[in-house]
Design a protein around this ligand. Structure first.
Ligand code: KG4
Ligand code: ZN
Length: 337
C-alpha cells in the first residue's frame, strides 16, 4: 500500500510517501519566518504552507519518479492545530484524493505522535506515553494498539511552550527548546531554584505557566547577560526534567496500585529531541525493567511520516472503514477530538 501524507498543523510543511512500513520519501520544510516574531504567527504560517506544499510535492514525485496514480490512499492531519494551516494540507491532500479517485483519511495529529514509536520499535504493553510538544503535554496509557487512555495533561502551558516562552523572556530566538538546550550545556543548573507546581499530586497532571511567571520576575531582577542566559537555561531545563521524572515516578506507583505494571515508556513529540531530558529519563529507568522508546529523529518534530504511519496502522485495522475516521479506542476518548 502506497500512502501520501501531508502535515501542516503548525509551522512545518511536511509530506511523505510511505510504502507499507518504509519511508519512500519524506520532505519537511520548517518555516523560518516566525523567528523574527518570537513565535508562530498563524496567518504567516498558512500563507507559507500555501507557497510551499505544491513545490515540495512536485519535488517528491519527480525525485522518486512516482506517478501519483500509483498512490492507494491520501491522508493529512485534520486537527488539532492552527485552523488555517490545517486547511492547507488537508484540502490539498483531499483534492489529490478526489482527482485520482482514491480514499482520503483524516488523521489526528496527536495520534500521529502517539503511534510514532511503533514505527521503529516492537512495543511492549502496557506502554506509557509521554507526549511532549509545543501544544500539548499528555500522558497516555496504551494497553494495546487499540486501547489508548489519556491519564493526565498540562492544565496550562504545554512543555514545549514553556521552553519557547522562557527562551523568549531571556532573549533567545524561536523555537526556544533547542536554544535552551544549547545554552544550558555551559550553565550552572543549580543557580536558580524554580517552582515545581503540582509536584505533590500523585497523578499525571502538570502545570508549567507559574515557572514562566517566576522567570519573568528573575529577568526583571537580573542583568540579562550571557552568564544569566546560560545559568537560567540550565536551571530551567533541570527543573522541567525533575518535574517530569517525579511525576512519572508517582504516576507509576499509582498505576501499580491498580495492577497496571508498565513494561515500556515512549517519549514522543518535539521535546523528545532534548538529550538532557532523555539522559535523565534513561538514568531513572535503569534496572527498572521498563524499555524506553523514542521515534526516529525525523518523526520527533512535526512531520508527515508519522501521519502516514498512523494512517497505515488504521487502514490495516479496518480496511472497510477507510472512508471514515479511523476507529480506535482513543478516538472515543473525547479529549483527542
Ligand atoms: O512536536 P512539535 O514539533 O510540534 C507540536 O506538535 O507542537 O514540538 C515543537 C516543540 C517546540 O516547543 C520546541 O521548542 C520543542 O518542541 N523542542 C524542544 C527541543 N527541540 C524542539 N524542546 C526542548 N529541547 C529540544 N531540543
Ligand atoms: Zn506535533
Amino acid at each position: 500500500m502506497l500512502v501520501f501524507a501531508a502535515e501542516t498543523s503548525c509551522d512545518e510543511t511536511s509530506i511523505c510517501l510511505m510504502k507499507n512500513n518504509s519511508i519512500v520519501e519524506h520532505i519537511t520544510f520548517s518555516q523560518e519566518i516566525h523567528k523574527m516574531h518570537g513565535g508562530v504567527v498563524p496567518e504567516l504560517a498558512s500563507r507559507s504552507h500555501l507557497e510551499k506544499i505544491q513545490i515540495i510535492t512536485n519535488d517528491l514525485f519527480n525525485n522518486k519518479k512516482i506517478d501519483p496514480k500509483e498512490i492507494d490512499v491520501f491522508t493529512a492531519t485534520c486537527g488539532p492545530g492552527l485552523i488555517g494551516s490545517l486547511l492547507v494540507g488537508s484540502t490539498f491532500a483531499k483534492s489529490l484524493a478526489i482527482s485520482f479517485n482514491k480514499p482520503f483519511i483524516p488523521i489526528n495529529h496527536l495520534e500521529g505522535h502517539i503511534l510514532s514509536t511503533s514505527f521503529n520499535n516492537n512495543i511492549k504493553f502496557p506502554n506509557l506515553i509521554l507526549l511532549l510538544t509545543g501544544g500539548h503535554t499528555h500522558v497516555y496509557l496504551m494497553k494495546s494498539e487499540n486501547e489508548i487512555e489519556l491519564l493526565g495533561e498540562s492544565l496550562d502551558d504545554a512543555i514545549g511552550e514553556a521552553f519557547d516562552k522562557t527562551a523568549k523572556l531571556i532573549g533567545l530566538p524561536y523555537p526556544g527548546g533547542s536554544e535552551i538546550e544549547r545554552e544550558a550545556i555551559n550553565g550552572n543548573e543549580n543557580k536558580f531554584i524554580l517552582p515545581k507546581p503540582l509536584i505533590k499530586e500523585k497523578n499525571f497532571n502538570f502545570s508549567f505557566s507559574g515557572i514562566k511567571t517566576h522567570i519573568n520576575l528573575l529577568t526583571k531582577k537580573n542583568r540579562i547577560d550571557k552568564e544569566f542566559v546560560r545559568d537560567l537555561s540550565a536551571s530551567f531545563q533541570k527543573n522541567i526534567t525533575e518535574i517530569l521524572i517525579e511525576k512519572i515516578e508517582k504516576g507509576l506507583e499509582r498505576l501499580k496500585s491498580t495492577n497496571v505494571d508498565i513494561k515500556s515508556l515512549s517519549v514522543v513529540g518535539g521535546v523528545s529531541n532534548n538529550k538532557y531530558i532523555k539522559n535523565k529519563i534513561e538514568s531513572f529507568f535503569i534496572n527498572k525493567n521498563i524499555e524506553i522508546y523514542y521515534p526516529l529523529k525525523e518523526m520527533m518534530t512535526d512531520n508527515a511520516a508519522m501521519i502516514a504511519w498512523a494512517c497505515y496502522k488504521n487502514y490495516n485495522i479496518n480496511k472497510q472503514d477507510i472512508y471514515f475516521k479511523p476507529k480506535s479506542k482513543m478516538m472515543v476518548n473525547n479529549k483527542l477530538n
